[in-house]
Every structure is written in C-alpha cells, then in structure tokens.
Write a protein that binds this ligand. Structure first.
Ligand SMILES: CC(C)(COP(=O)(O)OP(=O)(O)OC[C@H]1O[C@@H](n2cnc3c(N)ncnc32)[C@H](O)[C@@H]1OP(=O)(O)O)[C@@H](O)C(=O)NCCC(=O)NCCS
Length: 224
C-alpha cells in the first residue's frame, strides 16, 4: 500500500488489496529485497545472516563469529568473506552486507532488512475478446509498481512476466490493462511483453487523463 501511494496517483483502500489477495493470490506477486533470496542456494552463507538476525547483531567481526560458532579464525573469515562476495555482485541498491575497517578491525555489517520493493496484482474477469467476437476469460492487471531506487533493473519486467505466466496457467485467453497514455516507461515494458494498444479510453483517470487499453493474447493464441 505504501508503494502504491508513493508510485501511483491512483490509491486504493486496504480492503481492495485484501480482497484481491484473497481471491487471486497466485497473481498477487511482490518483489522483496532480501538477502535470504540471494543466499537461498547456499545454506552455509545464509546461516551467517540468519545468525545475525536472530542475535540482532548489526555488525560482526571475524573474532566474534569464531566464538559464536566455535570455529577457527580462518574458517570464520572465509564465511564472512563468502557472504560479502554475494552482496558485492549485486547492483548498489540491492547490497545487503559490507565490510568496514574500525580501529584496525574488519567489521562486517548487515545493511538491509527484508523489504518489499515492487508488487503486481491482477484479477480474473470475463468479457468480449479483443481478438474476435467471442466471450473469453481475461487476466486483468490491476496495478504494478516498483520503488524508485530499484527501477530499471528488471524487477518490473520480472514480476509482470511471472504474473502473465500464472494467468496463462489459469487458462485466460488474454491479458488486459489500462495505462496512462503519457506513461512511456510502463508502455514500453508492456509492449516488450506482447501487449498491443487496442483503444484509447478518454478521461479514464480521476484527473481526466486518457488511458490506453492494452491487450495481449496468451502464448500460442496470438495470431500476430
Ligand atoms: C513501470 C514500472 C513498474 C517498471 O518497473 P522497472 O522495475 O523499472 O522495470 P524494468 O527494470 O523491468 O524495465 C524498465 C527498463 O529498464 C531496463 N532494464 C532492465 N534491467 C536493466 C538493467 N539491469 N540495466 C539497465 N536497464 C535495465 C528495461 O529494458 C526497461 O528499459 P526500456 O523501457 O528502455 O526497455 C516502474 O517504472 C513503476 O513503478 N512506475 C510507476 C508505477 C506505474 O506507472 N505503474 C504502471 C501503471 S499502468
């Protein structure tokens, strides 16, 4: 809801989010900035972050980890460097671990907690197809947003692709959305993922702005 408020002019009440989540959980996807996801393939590295969270430690030294895990200095250093290495490979806003030097000591710091950085919510509807005169099941993209510092790094495209895949699995013949005609950023992503503008809806938004109605046929069903 906070993302919706900061990223979009159309703000919905809590009940609206709750109802969509309850009715269509598979199409309500959030992107989390979360070291757990990055480290999910590596239980050894993840155990260090987990330990820090459990003990509410913001920083850790090689010596402190040595004592906590009853391991050698070299082993302790190897583990901390391993976690650091995962973090260093990420673009700046996604980094979760860093190393500082203080009084001759290396301090490893956990710099982020799990945080939702993007969401998409969709619902199933039915209506006349945009590709021919027949009644079809449609997936309607109700809202999508990615927080400012995390944009242009593939998050929006990823959550949208996943939602589209889920809606195809739910046997929707097509997916639809409305977008402000001035929202070039969003329109480009939609076009990249197969959406086409089928009409302009005059004065669709409360501030009088026009919307494009964009439609995409499920894979294998799009004649274009
Ligand atoms: C629309 C929105 C969700 C897109 O989210 P996003 O995370 O920035 O989307 P992506 O990163 O997947 O794609 C955006 C652009 O970044 C590019 N990009 C993706 N990964 C990249 C990377 N690693 N390095 C550089 N560029 C990258 C994409 O190719 C795309 O560029 P293009 O538009 O020139 O093709 C976001 O701008 C937003 O929240 N806008 C406000 C809310 C909104 O308008 N919602 C839609 C209402 S209908």
């Amino acid at each position: 809801m906070e993302l919706n408020r900061t990223c979009l002019p159309e703000n919905y009440p809590e009940i609206f989010f709750r109802e969509i989540l309850a009715a269509y959980p598979r199409f309500f996807i959030v992107a989390e900035k979360d070291s757990e996801t990055v480290l999910s393939q590596d239980p050894e590295a993840y155990s260090i972050v987990k330990l820090m969270r459990e003990k509410e430690l913001k920083t850790l030294t090689v010596e402190r980890l040595m004592n906590l895990k009853n391991i050698t200095y070299d082993e302790s250093k190897r583990l901390l460097e391993k976690v650091l290495n995962y973090s260093e490979k990420l673009p700046p806003p996604f980094k979760f671990f860093r190393k500082n030097f203080e009084n001759g000591l290396s301090k490893y710091e956990l710099i982020s907690d799990p945080k939702i950085i993007g969401y998409i919510m969709c619902r199933i509807e039915s209506g006349i197809s945009s590709f021919g005169f027949k009644w079809v099941k449609k997936g309607h993209i109700v809202s999508i947003a990615v927080d400012y510092p995390y944009r242009k790094q593939g998050v929006g495209g990823e959550i949208l692709s996943r939602a589209l895949k889920e809606m195809e699995k739910a046997n929707t013949a097509e997916q639809v959305l409305e977008v402000r005609t001035s929202n070039y950023e969003a329109i480009r992503i939609y076009e990249k993922l197969g959406f086409k503008t089928v009409k302009t809806i005059k004065g669709y938004y409360h501030d009088g702005a026009d919307a494009y109605l964009m439609v995409r046929a499920s894979s294998g069903k799009n004649e274009n």
